[in-house]
Design a binder for this molecule. Structure first.
Ligand code: KG4
Ligand code: ZN
Length: 339
């Protein structure tokens, strides 16, 4: 009997569904929500309405593209949290209804464990090695910045995290200051390729041990841009590549410095990166360089599975299924679900 998992992800502003069969990814469909662009950030009420409109066509397409029938699905895995409550409710409710109609088990997945599980995704033709437990992950997204010891799919220890903004937020807020639109991370990444990373210097925060802070950097960037724009109103327009390269360089430097400390403290040299910010080309290159220099084994998820997607929820759900870890119809969405 084949194990077929339908994964559902609706924690923020992406409606996504995926099918995993015996550990292999067959399809992953995501509907992005352009409606938020003009507001410069995700509007929760609009996000949940868009999820409602998108969820059925997205699931339908994921099943079709996988070339399976809905009756072959063994279990449905959904993101329980953390995320926006209204958004989570759409995926949770859909998953419950689907499981009830097909009389199959439900599996709840922590969104952050999903990002970690993305490192284990395999689709036809993939031959890369999986990370070996225990490994250290730098989890960097729009809502989280954490250094985690991953001992197993379900056993993780957070050894460092941000005390204020997440790394993705720092990218997004600095992009907003420059008027570059939302989400800013990918735009900063693109412009940074044409700029000088050491043209402008921003002070790095002094935060204890393995914790991070990005709110001071954002404020310093805001004042720097504002002061220069007073002298030259075209300052941002004329220097946006160097501004992007310099702020990106500073963020990456903060992340890598803490990661190096984590490796020294734990002695673990099997390293991974996950979450939306792991799409950043500068961060990916910095990790590869650091790995060469320090003899680390580094695992970087495929670009398309760095930002939110249901494939990561389905693979996490698959491992729960194999271990008989199930949810029930009374499992509720949790906006602040802890790992
Ligand atoms: O994991 P994710 O899709 O959603 C959360 O769970 O938060 O991460 C989204 C974050 C956003 O802040 C976005 O700007 C950032 O990931 N991001 C990037 C890049 N692509 C996405 N940041 C820097 N460079 C990128 N290429
Ligand atoms: Zn995420």
């Amino acid at each position: 009997m084949k194990t077929v998992i339908l994964g559902i992800e609706t924690s923020c502003d992406d409606t996504s569904a995926a099918i995993i069969k015996d550990g292999w990814l067959l399809s992953n469909i995501t509907a992005n929500q352009d409606v938020h662009k003009k507001y410069g950030g995700v509007v929760p009420e609009l996000a949940s309405r868009a999820h409602q409109a998108n969820i059925i066509p997205v699931v339908d397409l994921a099943i079709k593209e996988a070339g399976i029938s809905a009756n072959e699905i063994s279990a449905v895995a959904f993101t329980r949290g953390p995320g926006l409550l209204g958004s989570l409710l759409v995926g949770t409710t859909f998953a419950k209804g689907f499981a009830l109609a097909k009389n199959i088990p439900l599996i709840d997945v922590n969104h952050l464990q999903g990002h970690l599980a993305a490192l284990f995704l395999k689709e036809e033709g993939d031959t890369h090695d999986n990370p070996k437990f225990p490994f250290i992950t730098l989890l960097v997204s729009g809502g989280h910045t954490q250094i985690i010891i991953v001992r197993d799919f379900f056993d993780q220890e957070i050894i460092g995290e941000t005390i204020d903004d997440a790394a993705g937020e720092a990218f997004d807020k600095c992009a907003k200051i420059m008027g570059l639109g939302y989400p800013g991370g990918p735009v900063v990444d693109k412009l940074a390729k044409e700029g000088d990373p050491i043209k402008y210097k921003f002070t790095k925060p002094r935060i204890k041990e393995l914790d991070f802070s990005f709110s001071g950097l954002k404020t310093a960037f805001l004042y720097f841009v504002r002061d220069n724009a007073k002298i030259n109103p075209n300052f941002v327009k004329e220097n946006k590549e160097d501004l992007c390269a310099s702020i990106q360089h500073t963020i990456i430097d903060i992340l890598i410095t803490k990661l190096v400390t984590a490796v020294k403290q734990t002695g673990i040299t099997e390293i991974a990166v996950a979450g939306g910010v792991s799409a950043n080309s500068g961060l990916r290159n910095a990790l590869i360089d650091e790995a060469k220099k320090r003899d680390w084994t580094v695992h970087i998820p495929k670009f398309k599975y760095t930002t939110d997607n249901a494939a990561m929820i389905a693979i996490s759900g698959y491992h729960k299924y194999l271990n008989n870890i199930f949810a029930s119809q009374s499992t509720t969405a949790e906006a602040r679900l802890k790992m």
